[in-house]
Design a protein around this ligand. Sequence first.
Ligand code: ZN
Length: 281
Amino acid sequence: MAKKKTIITAAVTGAWPKKENNPNVPMTPSEIADDVYACWKAGAAIAHLHMRDDQGNGTMDTAKFEETVNLIKTRYPDCDIILNLTTSGDIHADDDLRVAHVEKLKPEMASYDCGSMNWLNSSLFINSPQFLERCGLLFQELNVKPEIEAFDPGMIANAAYYLKKGVLKAPLHFQFCMGCANGIPGSLKNLLFMKETMEQLCPGSTWSCFGVGHSAMEMLYGAVALGGNIRVGMEDNVMYAKGQLADSNAQFVERAARVIREYGNDVATPDEAREILGLRK
Ligand code: ZN
């Protein structure tokens, strides 16, 4: 029997960690492109991308996305990694700006945060019903696969609602965001609950997960053992282990690939991930 394929997503920068948190976090389009290539070499099938402005803050600037996507393609023509662009890279960006780069660049995937929440105990992370309807319909029109980020089980229920309404189209692909402040804590029990909630409300969906901070390893092993897929990288963790800063994003991908192979699965190539997720041909 063929081995199960596990998809690794590399989330290389996110919106928050800066060089003072870890000097190896990529910030510029050039640094991000180089990290994406290194992660692809190490086994990542998907790159989840955020952009930073010149001060290192998260930005939804279309030009930065375009520059980075072009750099990946021109500097590394052999790199066939799937690009998954965030729609939530700056909580101050308006709804138009949050989708402008998706309309322009038509990536194979883009993130879809399926509800609102408090963010890091300090601000609001708003994904209004109007925004979610607009995004869902736009992604269908452009044939961009949404990566449904669920920070708690209520967001899975919300995805089921939009599925029923036709705003989202089956099969869905979820990213369970575990251990974020104000979201569901990252534990194996909670991961199993997220998976079972998804299977009950949105049968036939695929899923991946990541754990922020100290839940990272529990989520990595949990994802593999429960038949899911895994996301790693400096968007979620700047520490590789307790007291040890990560050397690079690729270091996280290499570890995930080792765990997947030791478990007895194969690391999915980008084309295998395209097949599993039903991305556009
Ligand atoms: Zn992100």
